[in-house]
Design a protein around this ligand. Structure first.
Ligand SMILES: *Cc1c(COP(=O)(O)O)cnc(C)c1O
Length: 354
């Protein structure tokens, strides 16, 4: 692929690590490629980061015809820059695109675009412990008409945002509220994709949880309102009586996280029992009441592992593991971040140097 490059004539500067936060600062460049039915994907280019000019009737804006990915580049102690399981993100954006009717991108083109734009902005990969360059690839429809005639025009964009350490003061457990009213996904819907609409459907419950002092909601299935699904942008795992239990992906309403998949593979390599299955809220609360719920944690690219210290369900609070990070969560966090930052051997072959 021949990518044309227009350099930013006013390059910015990477702020100090403690000023980074998440998703508010962007690097000097972005990648863009256009699609239409006749030309297919064409005009790949890297240009200075900036506003896009869009037709306001565009179906990406009007109808949420948009899918995205979230991945990171990590700077190792020797200064080299590495991606983590990037092929999984390439595959997943296509699974999402297929569901929404957006054009898919050949994996190799996706990967080449990510590598190239990260390489051009490699100065934007922070180096302090726990920091990384968050990579946001996304595809959205640009058909300039309000009628619903399928998707024939789209763009693929990659933007880069240096991000701070998620847990600046060490890993801190979060409080999670079980949502009993709204649902985010149903069988046959779009729950298994990273499509924009899923997050729109989540806002109201998220706002209500925040107002009550809970950082995120834990979703129940959309049909029975009985089975545990996942947290806002994280999958969820529970250690019950020595076994790690996580909801299975069979129903199609849960996002198949790459961190989730990595945790399962690491746990199995340690010989720890892992079960992917239906987990009802009654079983979970029963385990919490009988003291068998040993740990609860979310898994996702942003935080890697996010321990859950409190669950709120039907007006009752359930404290998990004394509001402390559990042994398994800590071990998983150390192992995955060790591989990502190159301080532990990459036995699985998950990292690649950019
Ligand atoms: C992105 C996301 C996750 C986590 O996926 P990772 O690949 O581990 O980052 C989980 N649930 C939802 C709804 C998500 O959007």
């Amino acid at each position: 692929m021949q990518i044309s490059i227009t350099k930013n004539q006013n390059p910015g500067k990477l702020p100090p690590s403690d000023k980074l936060g998440f998703g508010t600062i962007f690097s000097d460049h972005m990648f863009i490629m256009d699609y239409n039915d006749a030309e297919k994907w064409h005009n790949p280019r890297i240009i200075p980061y900036g506003n896009l000019s869009l037709n306001p009737a565009g179906s990406g804006i009007q109808y949420a015809n948009t899918v995205f990915e979230g991945m990171k580049a990590y700077r190792w102690a020797d200064g080299s820059i590495h991606l983590f399981r990037a092929i999984e993100n390439a595959k997943r954006i296509n699974i999402s695109a297929e569901r929404i009717g957006l054009p898919q991108i050949p994996n190799e083109i996706f990967l080449e675009a990510v590598r190239k734009v990260v390489d051009i902005d490699r100065n934007w990969v922070p180096s302090e412990k726990g920091t990384s360059l968050y990579i946001r690839p996304f595809i959205f429809a640009t058909d300039p008409e309000l009628a619903l005639h399928g998707i024939h025009n789209a763009i693929f964009v990659i933007i880069l945002s240096p991000s701070g350490s998620y847990f600046a003061e060490g890993i801190k457990p979060v409080k999670i509220m079980l949502e009993t009213e709204d649902v985010r996904a149903v069988r046959g819907g779009t729950g298994y994709t990273k499509c924009g609409g899923n997050y729109a459907a989540s806002n109201r419950a998220g706002d209500r949880a925040l107002a009550k002092g809970y950082s995120q909601v834990l979703w129940l299935d959309g049909v029975h309102r009985k089975y545990i699904e996942e947290v806002g942008a994280m999958n969820v795992m529970f250690k019950i009586n020595g076994t790690v239990v996580t909801p299975s992906l069979e129903n199609g309403s849960i996002l198949g996280g790459i961190t989730r998949k990595s945790c399962i593979e690491v746990l199995k390599s340690w010989g720890m029992p892992v079960e992917e299955r239906l987990l009802s809220v009654d079983e979970l609360i029963g385990a919490a009441e009988s003291g068998k719920l040993e740990e609860a944690f979310g898994t996702g690219t942003a935080a890697v592992i996010s321990p859950i210290g409190e669950l709120f369900y039907n007006d009752k609070k359930y404290t998990v593991n004394n509001f402390e990070i559990g042994e398994t969560a800590q071990k998983l966090y150390d192992e995955l971040t060790g591989i990502q930052w190159g301080t532990k051997p990459d036995k699985f072959g998950w990292t690649e140097c950019v």
